[in-house]
Design a protein around this ligand. Sequence first.
Ligand SMILES: NC(=O)c1ccc[n+]([C@@H]2O[C@H](COP(=O)([O-])OP(=O)(O)OC[C@H]3O[C@@H](n4cnc5c(N)ncnc54)[C@H](OP(=O)(O)O)[C@@H]3O)[C@@H](O)[C@H]2O)c1
Length: 305
Amino acid sequence: MERPKMILAGGTGFLGQHLTRYFTLLGYRVVVLSRRAGAGQVAWNGRTLGAWAAELEGAAVVLNLAGRTVDCRYTAVNRYAITRSRTESTRVLGQAIAACQTPPPVWLNLSTATIYTDTPADEPANTEADGRIGRNFSEMVAQRWEAEFWVAATPCTRRLALRTAIVLGPDGGALPVMARLARFGLGTPQGTGRQWISWLHVLDFCRAVEFLLARPDLDGTFNLCAPQPLPNHGFNGLLDHYYRPRFHLPQPRWLLEIGAFLLGTETELVLKSRKVVPARLVQAGFRFQFPSCEQALADLVPQLP
Ligand SMILES: NC(=O)c1ccc[n+]([C@@H]2O[C@H](COP(=O)([O-])OP(=O)(O)OC[C@H]3O[C@@H](n4cnc5c(N)ncnc54)[C@H](OP(=O)(O)O)[C@@H]3O)[C@@H](O)[C@H]2O)c1
């Protein structure tokens, strides 16, 4: 029997590599769309239709991960590239699906839990139903990304927007960087340390995608994050516990601003309060393998290089 085909647009990065391994083991034939064609990859430019679009014909699922990294200074050029890489890739996938004779029955598009506004420590967590959508740059990117997804004319395809929190894995994303900082005494609160961190173990990210694919009754927007977000000081405290450095260095906001400037990044990535819960996933019956950050780090820290 022919294996179901999964199209991973922008699947060469951190999440794409985990999904490729996970769904290949489940028996899928994973086809990655990349701007750099390589083994198992099909070339696209993330903007315009081309020969790649034929790959979508009869595919079992399309999952779009394409997006320029947000780990940079928000200059005008970078803002443009961050937004465009997400909206244009989404738009052209919609056009390709619309042109299929046998369109994929399901299309998942990444979005981000950063769509919700900076949430004060004592306010309730954001759910899909009553989350407060923000209006700063990264929040607007998320809204444009999702708007492009929902306007696509793909009536025969079930659609899910995945508002994904910070994914923790041993080999990419934020965790290896944060662990390195903790090793050098920077497992201390960043800024006030009262801002919340919403996060998700990379295995639960893959499991949640599998769960959503298997449930044709589910569509719309989903928060992909663990059910137990925690404050920044709690997260750093957990990491610090693993490394027990001889010295601890404080990280006031002004120092972080200087550090971010020198490293070519933005303090928003660590100072924004992201308090999000996966209300719809929980309601649908999804069971997290790593519901608490203690459990996730106990699994991941020993795997860090
Ligand atoms: N990792 C997280 O914690 C997290 C959390 C929330 C949301 N997300 C979102 O999930 C997606 C995947 O995350 P990731 O961590 O796997 O990111 P990643 O490692 O940076 O991979 C992103 C992929 O997007 C493609 N890409 C980059 N710039 C592009 C452009 N201008 N046009 C078209 N494609 C482009 C790249 O593929 P090629 O270079 O091969 O073309 C790359 O493999 C991103 O959109 C990210 O914003 C990630």
